[in-house]
Design a protein around this ligand. Structure first.
Ligand SMILES: *Cc1c(COP(=O)(O)O)cnc(C)c1O
Ligand SMILES: [Zn+2]
Length: 376
């Protein structure tokens, strides 16, 4: 298992303190063939997949018992679906999947201070795991973050740095704090625990696929609808299902359907276009956008997302704010209280069916990614 650069293909040891290749490229973790004989069934958390998680040698999990979220059968827009209750994580969103592995990695590297930029949930997740690990944590947030999320981040003891302007400006300010855009991290600088850049976040999000496989009784679904902004869940799920496939434990790969807000849809635009680089990087139209967790105008892994979707036979669907609101209300009337971003994938069931992306009789999985309790 190693780190490698998506641009120059150079590989690095998992113990290198890198968040980006010195050539400027994005780092990713090498693929692991899933080995079902190497689970740790004694662990109730996602750490039962420990042997499949590429982390620095000797890393000791920073854990809050995360993972194994319920998979519940329901019917949305007349379509039978499995809802995975990803809002039932310790910090209230699926971002704990990546935060537990990323903070574990930071501690294994001996880091005592991390920096992250976030529109809310990633910051809350990082802050929670950092406090668990005794690591100092600064979260850079844009002006539009809901008050409930700020209160949560502050309660964990993280330092909040408010950045006037957009989500992208918060990311730029965090980059300055870690010493600029080059990817090495001198020991006197904080560790860049960016969920979009740092590949150790993706080490954790792939466990979403592993859990779905186990909860469906050892098979893959036909389709998964995934709310997509920076793509950490999309890329993690794609990797996880591929590893199950390469490991010979599933016989087909599910169709991955990325769901974006129509108010901010760079992945949709790049996927439609011939060349990912021609993506229109206009900022979100609604200010602040309803589904703020997926309103990422210029996601750093845009090309990687488009390539992954093309390679895996995926698709992208956009949903309007009004449909997200309606889906959020419909879920609440079924006992499921989620934030707007967490309802976006549910809102995509109808358009996905109309486009023939999901068909009658198929097993469809939808993560409900964030709790309604903190949408403010
Ligand atoms: C972050 C987030 C997403 C999207 O994740 P990306 O990694 O940005 O694609 C979806 N739902 C919720 C609730 C989130 O917080
Ligand atoms: Zn490189």
């Amino acid at each position: 298992m190693s780190l490698y650069c998506l641009a120059c293909r150079q590989s690095y040891s998992l113990s290198e303190p890198l968040w980006r290749c010195p050539c400027g490229g994005l780092l990713d973790l090498s693929e692991v063939a899933f080995d079902r004989t190497r689970l740790e069934p004694g662990q109730a958390s996602l750490w039962r997949y420990r042997p499949a998680l590429p982390l620095a040698e000797g890393a000791v999990p920073v854990s809050l018992g995360e993972g194994n979220t319920p998979l519940v059968q329901d019917t949305l827009a007349g379509v039978p679906v499995y809802l995975k209750l990803e809002f039932l994580f310790p910090s209230g969103s699926y971002k704990d999947r990546g935060a537990t592995t990323l903070v574990t990695q930071a501690r294994a590297l001996g880091r005592s201070h991390v920096v992250e930029d976030s529109s809310g949930n990633a910051g809350a997740a990082l802050a929670a795991y950092c406090s668990r690990a005794g690591i100092a944590c600064d979260i850079y947030v844009p002006a539009s973050v809901p008050a409930a999320k700020l209160a949560q981040i502050a309660s964990y003891g993280a330092r909040i740095v408010r950045v006037p302007g957009s989500r992208e400006e918060a990311a730029r300010a965090a980059l300055e704090a870690v010493g600029g855009p080059h990817g090495t991290l001198p020991p006197d600088r904080p560790y860049y625990a960016s969920h979009s850049w740092n590949p150790f976040f993706l080490a954790g999000t792939k466990t979403f696929a592993y859990e779905v496989w186990e909860q469906l009784g050892g098979r893959a679904p036909e389709a998964v609808l995934l709310p997509t902004g920076n793509g950490t869940l999309l890329l993690g799920a794609a990797r996880g299902f591929r590893e199950l496939y390469v490991g010979g434990v599933i016989t087909h790969l599910p169709r991955l359907i990325a769901v974006q807000s129509a108010a901010c849809a760079p992945v949709f635009e790049a996927f439609q276009a011939d060349e990912p680089k021609t993506a229109n990087r206009k900022p979100p139209t609604a200010n602040p956008p309803l589904a703020s967790g997926i309103a990422i105008a210029a996601p750093v892994r845009l090309a990687q997302m488009v390539e992954t979707l093309r390679r895996e036979g995926g698709a992208v669907v956009t949903v309007a704010d009004a449909d997200i609101r309606a889906a959020q209300a419909a879920l609440a009337r079924r006992g499921l209280y989620v934030e707007p971003t967490g309802a976006a994938a549910a809102a995509a069931v109808q358009p996905a069916r109309e486009r023939g992306l999901i068909e009658p009789g198929q097993t469809v999985v939808i993560p409900l990614t964030g709790s309604g309790l903190k949408s403010g």
